[in-house]
Write a protein that binds this ligand. Structure first.
Ligand SMILES: [Zn+2]
Ligand SMILES: [Zn+2]
Length: 158
């Protein structure tokens, strides 16, 4: 006798009931042991994991629509449009941690999807273009070199 049988493994309620009392089920003419639902749902471990994933995706979709005003499915569309990568580093895929929706705090315009470090970098730079111009100068003509070569100033913002 089995207490709970996974509802996703056996969507048919009648089969679930028969499985619960007999301890086995016939699937495609084969006798199989039912997957016991140990987790809330009631679902087996595999289907419970799938369900958590599904609920998370639904919640994420609702959140990006509510907070950033994205239209339905637009996050996924933008993700594909960016080739499934962070728009800036082009390394992060969002597999371990979903890419963040980056927006212009002044206008509210959604700019794109970024990984956490890139989003943090933009925030640290306060969206200032001069910061990024300095980054380029820093890498191509670093201040220490400028100093040794006798330049009075390393970088001057326009
Ligand atoms: Zn299952
Ligand atoms: Zn990135």
């Amino acid at each position: 006798m089995i207490e709970k049988v996974c509802r996703d493994c056996y969507p048919d309620k009648e089969i679930r009931t028969s499985v619960r009392t007999s301890g086995y089920a016939w699937v495609d003419g084969k006798k199989v042991r039912p997957r016991v639902a140990k987790h809330p749902g009631p679902r087996c471990t595999t289907h419970w994991r799938d369900e958590v994933k599904r609920v998370k995706a639904v919640n994420h979709e609702k959140r990006v629509q509510g907070v950033y005003g994205l239209k339905e499915g637009e996050y996924a569309q933008l993700y594909l449009y960016q080739g499934g990568l962070c728009a800036l580093c082009r390394r992060a895929t969002g597999a371990s941690r979903r890419l963040s929706v980056d927006h212009d705090h002044a206008t509210g315009e959604v700019r794109g999807l970024l990984c956490r470090p890139c989003n943090t970098l933009l925030g640290h730079a306060r969206d200032k273009l001069a910061f990024f111009r300095r980054c380029i100068s820093y890498l191509t003509f670093p201040p220490c070199r400028a100093m040794r070569e006798g330049w009075t100033e390393w970088f001057k913002d326009e």
